[in-house]
Ligand binder design. Structure first.
Ligand SMILES: Cc1ncc(COP(=O)(O)O)c(C=O)c1O
Length: 414
């Protein structure tokens, strides 16, 4: 008879080898300082490429002043209780009104974490007869939500961005259909930086009478002329039934939002267990988010700066021969040759130690097995010099390690 904890003494489980070594270099690296373009890693200044701080708002004075005022007024805990009971305030309602207006939707509902927002939204909507059809490369929160919502019975993955496969799944779900169909995809794919084929998806969802939920965690605030996300980028915001954004990336805070027509949003508000049974978002964050939304809306120059640096970094890496896949966003994945974890660790160490360039490696279960990449995020806080130093480091690394860049690992495991 085994003891439940036997497995904990082995190197099984996610990142098991790193866990048993007590690693804090490749997993859970200890990084100190205000999130920005430069941070402190092991006592040394490094150029930080691993934060989703797209517009550099983690260190914005106007937003920090709003947070200080809110902290003085409300402490960290106000209000107490769930929104359903004692946790609702005028300012929560104002934040949801402003978010809906920004996202050009009738209504919105906020959540305490993006992860909880995705789980709450999807599981609130899916009943016994309904089906979820999701892109295979969707974020873990979507996978977990569909499993929770359907107990694993009624969810159908389709091959990443493959409209033929999406249609095949829609057809299969339509045979003897009793309930509704929810198509779920990311907007910007968080690891690869490519975009959902929104025009194709919208066309199919209309043809099959399905609804669409876009988790645009990495598009919210950065994609589209006004930062309204992938819907705006494609000119299809009105065709996205439920738009989802997290506050943990461009907004440099915490929480998430689902926006759409009033009826489904109110239904979600009353049925999302992750909200109904959880304490409301503290006013410290509500006030911070109101100030942040203002900055996101009135500073297109920050978006332009992020894109300018992203193009410099991406263009430079491609020129050096590195494989950055199909990114169409600031997210810059650098695929490690042969998907090798050993080469990745060697490159990460050399970048950090020899050049002061901090990148994080991403492997299974974050990306499919056999893929290893460095996910680099240029932000408005970086400088042209940061990009130049980093590209020089990659060039020297390529030459020192004699890295074979002839293969395109991004084309595997699609
Ligand atoms: C696509 C996507 N959805 C949801 C989440 C979860 O958001 P949060 O970190 O706000 O809980 C993330 C965060 O990594 C994400 O990338």
């Amino acid at each position: 008879m085994a003891d439940l904890f036997d497995k904990c003494a082995t190197d099984g489980g996610y990142f098991g080898k790193l866990r048993v070594q007590g690693d804090t270099y490749f997993s859970q690296p200890i990084v100190n300082g205000i999130p920005g373009a430069h941070m402190n890693f092991r006592g040394k200044d490094v150029i930080m490429w691993a934060l989703n701080n797209y517009l550099g708002l983690a260190d914005n004075e106007e937003i920090k002043a709003a947070s200080r005022r809110a902290l003085e007024a409300w402490g960290t805990f106000t209000p107490m209780g769930s929104r359903m009971l004692t946790g609702n305030t005028d300012r929560h309602i104002e934040l949801e009104r402003k978010l809906a207006e920004f996202l050009q939707k009738e209504a919105s509902v906020v959540f305490n974490y993006g992860y909880l927002g995705v789980i709450g939204t999807i599981s609130a909507l899916i009943d016994q007869d309904d089906v979820v059809i999701m892109d295979k490369l969707s974020h873990a929160s979507i996978v977990d939500a569909t499993i929770l919502a359907s107990a694993g019975r009624r969810f159908r993955p389709f091959r990443h961005n493959d409209m033929n496969d999406l249609e095949a799944q829609l057809k299969a779900a339509s045979g003897g259909r009793k309930g509704g169909i929810l198509i779920v995809t990311e907007g910007v794919y968080g690891m690869r930086g490519d975009l959902a084929d929104l025009p194709g998806i919208c066309e199919l969802k209309d043809r099959y009478g399905a609804r669409l939920f876009i988790d645009d965690a990495h598009g919210f605030g950065i994609m589209g002329a006004n930062g309204r996300g992938c819907g705006e980028y494609f000119g299809l915001q009105d065709r996205v039934d439920l738009y989802f954004g997290t506050f943990a990336k461009t907004f440099a805070a915490i929480g998430g939002v689902t926006a759409g027509d009033s009826a489904p949003v109110e239904y979600i508000r009353y049925n999302a267990r992750t909200n109904v049974f959880a304490k409301a978002l503290p006013l410290l964050y509500v006030e911070t988010l109101l100030a942040t939304l203002d900055v996101v809306a009135k500073r297109p120059d920050l978006r332009e700066r992020t894109w300018k640096l992203a193009k410099m970094l991406q263009g430079g890496l491609v020129e050096l021969g590195f494989d950055i896949g199909d990114t169409r966003s600031p997210i810059t994945p650098v695929y490690v040759p042969a998907g090798s974890e050993e080469i990745a660790m060697q490159m990460i160490s050399m970048l950090r130690e020899d050049y002061g360039v901090f990148v994080s490696g991403v492997s299974y279960p974050v990306v499919p097995r056999g893929v290893v990449l460095f996910r680099m995020i240029p932000t408005a806080a970086h400088s042209e010099e940061d990009v130049a130093v980093t590209l020089r480091a990659y060039r020297e690394l390529r030459d020192r390690l004699k890295i074979d860049l002839s293969q395109k690992p991004s084309q595997r495991n699609r």
